[in-house]
Design a protein around this ligand. Structure first.
Ligand SMILES: [Zn+2]
Length: 100
């Protein structure tokens, strides 16, 4: 997955309550799980500047959830791809910090 696609998908995991509730199933790209939307019970508190609350994963409690109403096909390979790209971004950021 390229950086642009990743950033686009990442945006959908934040301020996503409305979109998630329109979805039948959701996926978490932190713990690579797919589950029905009804399993989501927790939402982040809406902070200033945010448009909506953010879904919290019922398994790992991270805010890394994308619903199928986003237009993405929620599959394990898609979630794995998101996970790998995220890890790469973190590693790249850490490498940049070490260069200073
Ligand atoms: Zn999770």
């Amino acid at each position: 997955m390229n950086k642009t696609e990743y950033k686009k998908a990442l945006k959908l995991s934040l301020n996503n309550k409305t979109l998630v509730l329109e979805s039948k199933k959701c996926g978490c790209f932190y713990c690579i799980a797919i589950f029905p939307t009804e399993m989501i019970e927790k939402w982040s508190d809406k902070k200033e500047g945010e448009t909506d609350q953010t879904a919290i994963c019922p398994y790992c409690a991270s805010q890394s959830i994308i619903g199928d109403a986003s237009g993405y096909d929620i599959t394990l390979p898609f979630l794995q791809d998101m996970y790998d790209t995220r890890l790469m971004q973190i590693k790249r950021a850490a490498a940049n910090l070490n260069q200073d």
